[in-house]
Design a protein around this ligand. Structure first.
Ligand code: AP5
Length: 210
């Protein structure tokens, strides 16, 4: 299965991608996590991406397209994958098509901006493996410790209320047109992203026929 998860920042893409990845045994590819790792390791891509990410802007298409093409060529992607956070622009979606990548479905986690702004204040992330938690809706087993790798959890730098507002604006302007793009191709599946976590997961599995 080749899947795209679409949705605003904080819609639940990363959380649901991890769940589907475990259940279907396919990798979840998060461009956000790849970029954050590049920043941490101070690679040339990380140094270029940092300024964009800190202010909630999109990293240039050519950087993202290069990263994703390279990642999809790795052997663990042969049996399918989940793209979390890519494509984010029509140019990125077009680049996937031009590379002959035929996805099975684009799942849209549909959610109002007001719900997101409230949700983001409770997010905690693992700086080591990228897992995402919420202090109330999806807490780790042990306070502030990642279930997957045992690292201490942190608050993402771009989760301040002002940056979340900028990211939402960018989402509406740059990413929302992808809804129409995938609808026209018969690939769009809509899910209510404001549902409680496990109910949203159930809806995703239902629209994918899993
Ligand atoms: P990225 O890391 O992809 O961030 P994002 O799209 O803004 O998405 P988030 O990770 O913020 O949210 P999510 O939808 O994954 O939600 P989550 O599951 O964590 O990108 C960061 C930056 O990198 C971008 O701003 C850009 O600069 C750059 N970038 C990345 N990809 C790019 C691209 N393709 N092109 C250009 N630039 C790119 O959930 C959020 C919170 O809610 C968590 O606390 C979670 O536990 C909780 N939660 C989840 N589901 C529910 C639920 N149903 N009910 C209650 N709480 C829930």
């Amino acid at each position: 299965m080749k899947l795209i998860l679409l949705g605003a920042p904080g819609a639940g893409k990363g959380t649901q991608a991890e769940i589907i990845s475990k259940s279907q045994n396919i990798p979840s590819i998060s461009t956000g996590n790849i970029l954050r790792a590049a920043i941490k390791n101070e690679t040339p891509v990380g140094l270029e991406a940092k300024a964009y990410m800190d202010k909630g802007a999109l990293v240039p298409d050519e950087v993202i397209i290069g990263i994703v093409k390279e990642r999809l060529a790795e052997p663990d992607c042969a049996g399918g994958y989940i793209l979390d956070g890519m494509p984010r622009t029509i140019a990125q979606a077009q680049a996937l098509e031009d590379a002959g990548i035929d996805i099975d479905a684009a799942v849209l986690l549909d959610i109002a901006d007001e719900v997101i702004e409230a949700r983001m204040t409770g997010r905690r992330v693992c700086p080591n493996c990228g897992s995402s938690y919420h202090v109330e809706a999806n807490p780790p087993k042990q306070d502030n410790v990642c279930d997957n790798c045992g690292s201490g959890l942190t608050i993402r730098k771009d989760d301040t209320p002002e940056t979340v507002k900028s990211r939402l604006k960018v989402y509406h302007e740059e990413t929302e047109p992808l809804i129409d793009f995938y609808e026209k191709r018969g690939k769009l599946r809509r899910v209510d992203g404001a549902l409680p976590l496990s109910e949203a997961t159930d809806q995703i599995f239902k629209v994918l026929g899993l």
